[in-house]
Design a protein around this ligand. Structure first.
Ligand code: NAD
Length: 356
């Protein structure tokens, strides 16, 4: 069986990709992860007895380690998801994002380029590199329209800017060095094992504790939501069948205002926890100072992916949210451990008072 390397394998989406590849017996999988605060080994627990899955702790910036891995494993390709990913943290510590997302992608591309030079031509031709990115590179939309692949980039947060830079590197390494690279840009994901700093798990964990639910600004920002397992499927379709040198948008066709989403989560928690002292959970909602540079609206036009590769999301948002709330209710110890050891829900990404 051939081998696929997945970077960022112990993260939220990377772990879903590893589970997808192994559940469908697509290839042997070697996950690479630096095991930052955002990584959790539990997300890969279902693969711990699988002889065709291995997790290697390594930084993608460590070229020597990556090159050694490539020559030892002879993979048929790389699905590159490793990144610093939380917009609010990118406001507090932009340098970490430039290092992981830009330098990390550059280091990885260079090692793959070196590797491709030394392998036989037939293996070179079969090799594929998927660079995984976000809709945030396109900036913010007004009330109508959606992002298409040919839109100019206009990133507004340090996170989005670092991902945009990485996308440009991936594109340039394809154009200049003729490397077999394809790029995906996806909207907001949700589902099991998402680190509880992100909107949906943050709201669920805070509501369970009876804490205030901090909604930024007026809660009117709109995001398009995709269930993580649908994203994993899209990524494999693009990795295996997408045209090299192309870019594919991935979306959920599920636009929601943040406040409507939080209200929906509160309703689901009310239903799931009829004895809770915190019902109705919507009374916990509180509006807080907006995120600096908060994009107003994202929406994805993924018709190219649908037309070329036949992909569309399977999970509806109401169904997916119900599943996700149930997952967090039955996996409270996973969140508790994170809250104790890594992140206890404090506000991140605020500028010092008086600084615009
Ligand atoms: P995540 O933060 O949950 O996981 C990222 C993983 O990358 C972590 O396990 C972390 O340890 C690892 N990592 C970070 N720096 C590394 C380095 N230098 N070397 C090796 N590993 C490193 O993020 P996620 O939500 O799973 O996102 C995965 C990818 O998908 C990212 O590239 C992100 O930009 C992209 N994406 C995410 C979303 C979303 O809604 N979460 C949407 C679109 C695209």
């Amino acid at each position: 069986m051939s081998t696929i390397i997945v970077t960022g394998a112990a993260g939220f989406i990377g772990s879903a990709v590893c589970r997808y590849l192994r559940q469908n017996k697509i290839a042997k999988v070697v996950g690479v992860d630096k095991m930052t605060y955002a990584a959790t080994k539990e997300s890969l627990d279902s693969l711990k007895d699988d002889p065709d899955f291995t997790l290697v702790e390594a930084d993608i910036c460590n070229g020597a380690a990556i090159f050694e891995m490539l020559t030892a494993l002879n993979p048929i390709g790389i699905m590159h998801l490793a990144a610093e990913t939380h917009v609010d943290r990118s406001i507090d510590r932009p340098g970490d994002f430039l290092q992981a997302n830009i330098i990390g992608t550059y280091a990885l591309l260079e090692m793959v380029r070196n590797y491709l030079r030394i392998i036989p031509e037939d293996k070179q031709k079969a090799f594929r590199f998927l660079h995984v990115s976000t809709d945030e590179v396109y900036g913010s939309l007004g009330a109508s329209g959606s992002f298409t692949e040919d839109m100019p980039y206009a990133p507004n947060s340090p996170y989005a800017a670092s991902k945009a830079a990485a996308d440009h590197l991936a594109r340039a390494w394809h154009k200049t060095f003729n490397m077999p690279i394809v790029i995906s840009n996806c909207s907001n994901n949700y589902g099991p094992f998402q680190f509880p700093e992100k909107l949906i798990p943050l709201m669920i964990t805070k509501a369970l504790a009876g804490e205030k639910l901090p909604v930024y600004g007026k809660g009117l920002n709109i995001r398009d939501w995709l269930y993580v397992e649908d994203h994993a499927d899209a990524l494999y379709q693009i990795f295996s069948r997408g045209r090299m040198g192309e870019k594919y948008n991935v979306g959920g066709a599920a636009e929601y205002k943040n406040i409507d989403l939080v209200n929906e989560l509160c309703k689901l928690l009310d239903e799931a926890l009829p004895q809770s002292a915190h019902r109705p959970h919507k009374n916990l909602i509180t509006y807080v100072t907006d995120r600096p540079g908060h994009d107003e609206r994202y929406a994805m036009d993924f018709s190219k992916l649908n037309k070329e590769l036949g992909w569309k999301p399977r999970m509806t948002l109401p169904e997916g949210l119900k599943k996700t709330v149930n997952w967090y209710l039955t996996n409270r110890s996973w969140c508790k451990d994170i809250q104790l050891r890594k992140y206890s829900g404090e506000r991140l990404g605020q500028l010092p008072v008086g600084q615009k």
